[in-house]
Each structure stands twice: as structure tokens, then as C-alpha cells.
Design a protein around this ligand. Sequence first.
Ligand code: THU
Length: 130
Amino acid sequence: MSLVDAAREVRERAYAPYSRFKVGAAIRGASGAVYRGCNVENVAYPEGTCAEAGAIAAMVAAGETELVAVAVIADSPSPVPPCGGCRQKLAEFGRADVPVTLATTDGTLLQTTIGDLLPGRFDAGHMDRT
Ligand code: THU
């Protein structure tokens, strides 16, 4: 199954009663395993979590910390880009050249990379004063 199809499948399980905007994400780890996540909203709105965050949590819980490909899908007029926080979360576990496929449920695809989504990323080097 393609990464986009994995994201499409898990999107169905999104819990989004407030925005009614369901998002699915799938990540391929360096091992080849695929991890999925969907957005999980909360009545205390800021407590909701994005689909990308769920997929990353599943990957880390399974013992992997390197991702090699990402797909995100939503029922939107154009492919939905990850929010700013999710760009930083993806950059934590993937190199700048990792491919990111953004998809709509009706089949529009946009291909980008973690580096293009988050140029000038904050990384551990910025804390190095020695
Ligand atoms: N959302 C995601 O899950 N991922 C994105 O990349 C963009 C936004 C979710 C958060 C919230 O549950 C809903 O979409 C509306 O913002």
C-alpha cells in the first residue's frame, strides 16, 4: 500500500467533531515500517493534536527515530501543508531531503520536502556555545 493510501485509511478514524476537518498522516521509518496518525481534537481546543504528531508518536513508540518519507491527506480544495509546529516535529526525525507528499482526498498531489517546508530550521547546533 502506498504511503498516501495509508494516510487516506487512517484519516477515516480522525476525531474532529469541532473543526470537522479530518486529516491523516503516514510516515515511513528507516526500517521500512509505516506509522499512521490522525488528528484528535478536544473540547479544550488547544489540547487537540495533529495527524502528523500522532504518526510521529507511533513511530517513536515502536522504537524508531528516523523517518524517510511522509504523506498527509485531507479533504481540502488544495493539498494541506503541515502546520508550523508539525514542520518542526517532522524536522526532528527527518533529513531536509525527506520527501513529503501532500494530498487531497480527490487525488491532487503536491510533492515537497522537509527542508522546503522548514527552511532555516532550529536545530541542536544553535545551542552549541563551545
Ligand atoms: N490538522 C492536522 O492534523 N494536520 C495539519 O497538517 C493541519 C491541521 C488538524 C488540526 C485540527 O484538528 C484540524 O486539522 C483543523 O485545524
